[in-house]
Design a protein around this ligand. Structure first.
Ligand code: ADP
Ligand code: MG
Length: 324
């Protein structure tokens, strides 16, 4: 667990990069820091492994202030993936991956086995890739090595600062999938920095949206989308919409005559203003297959059937459109 308690960082030239920053990252959580360029993401991240020291406040790892850990302990036990690909050019892939395990004096057999295992995990055949030099890899492959190098010594915490920003869209998506898969298997505490909201929504357990060095809102992707705290959050989320929040009018059959509603006993109708989620809640307990959608004047403007609504849900899940 990582806790930031009232952290402020003012650089020597007087720039306050982080101001009264408070956040707790739970064990095994994938936490994304996001916000406009210059809002203090990198500074916040670098204070975790003491590449930068805060001016005020305390950061705790598992309840102990980071200043009470030795620098080595922090650097070797916290994986760090940089924005720019930063492999050692004169070392092979295998040697690059083994740097930290060797510093930690792991036995040779164990470090080699670990390197192979990690290469397999990201779909790079060790027999093909481990003797290659970084220059013999594509950008996407190099960055994949960057990621597994950070995981090599099996750290509890992994920091990733815009790890995909130097990649083309295809490598980027592949690596997102890799990391997502890895995280499901290994459950590290991850602090991930990005300025790409789509990426954040896809990958995070929680998202911490920053502005001018402070937290604007922190919550699950669902919470941020459904309950943006202010205009800044709303703007940052953009017009991405959860399928649940779409209007029911998008899925209803419209080719019905707007006739006055025949009030039947206990008939459930769906107000035209409803979201799909609202509609779903309304049909739960109803004993009907067809539901009239009605406007404010109680005129029928469409029909949704239970099957269609369920089918719509299923379709969204299948296409991965749902991120809830
Ligand atoms: P982000 O990663 O969100 O883009 P940074 O943490 O890199 O933001 O920077 C936050 C602010 O601190 C910016 O205004 C940046 O110019 C400033 N800054 C970063 N590093 C230094 C430094 N070494 N000295 C002075 N100002 C810095
Ligand atoms: Mg940065």
């Amino acid at each position: 667990m990582i806790t930031f308690s009232d952290i402020t960082k003012t650089y020597q030239d007087g720039t306050t990069a982080v101001e009264k920053f408070n956040l707790t990252v739970e064990k095994g959580e994938f936490m994304t820091l996001i916000g406009p360029s210059g809002c203090g993401k990198t500074t916040t991240m670098k204070m975790i492994n003491r590449l930068i020291d805060p001016s005020e406040g305390t950061i705790y790892i598992d309840g102990k202030p980071v200043s009470d850990y030795s620098i080595h302990e922090l650097r070797w036990n916290i994986g760090y993936v940089l924005q720019q690909i930063a492999l050692f050019p004169h070392m092979t892939v295998q040697e690059n991956i083994q740097v930290v395990p060797e510093l930690l004096k792991w036995k040779k057999g164990k470090t080699e086995k670990r390197a192979d295992e990690l290469l397999d995990m990201v779909g790079m055949d060790p027999s093909i890739f481990k003797k290659r030099y970084p220059s013999e890899l594509s950008g996407g492959q190099q960055q994949r090595i960057g990621v597994i190098r950070a995981l090599a010594a099996d750290p509890d915490i992994v920091l990733m600062d815009e790890p995909f920003s130097a990649l083309d869209p295809i490598s980027r998506e592949q690596l997102q999938i890799d990391i997502d898969k890895l995280q499901k298997e290994i459950k590290k505490t991850v602090v991930f920095v990005t300025h790409d909201m789509d990426e954040a929504l896809k990958m995070s357990d929680r998202i911490c949206l920053m502005k001018e060095g402070s937290v604007v809102q922190c919550g699950s992707p669902e919470q941020l989308m459904k309950h943006p705290q202010n205009d800044f959050v709303e703007e940052f989320i953009g017009n991405r919409q959860s399928p649940w929040l779409k209007s029911v009018q998008e899925v209803m059959k419209k080719d019905v005559q707007p006739v006055p509603l025949q009030e039947q006993e206990n008939q459930v109708t769906i107000p035209a203003k409803s979201t799909i989620e609202d509609a779903y809640a309304l049909i739960q307990s109803a004993n009907q297959t067809d539901f009239p959608v009605v406007n404010d004047n109680q005129k029928i403007v469409g029909i949704v059937t239970r099957d269609e609504l369920l089918h719509y849900f299923y379709q969204q899940e299948k296409e991965g459109a749902s991120i809830l």
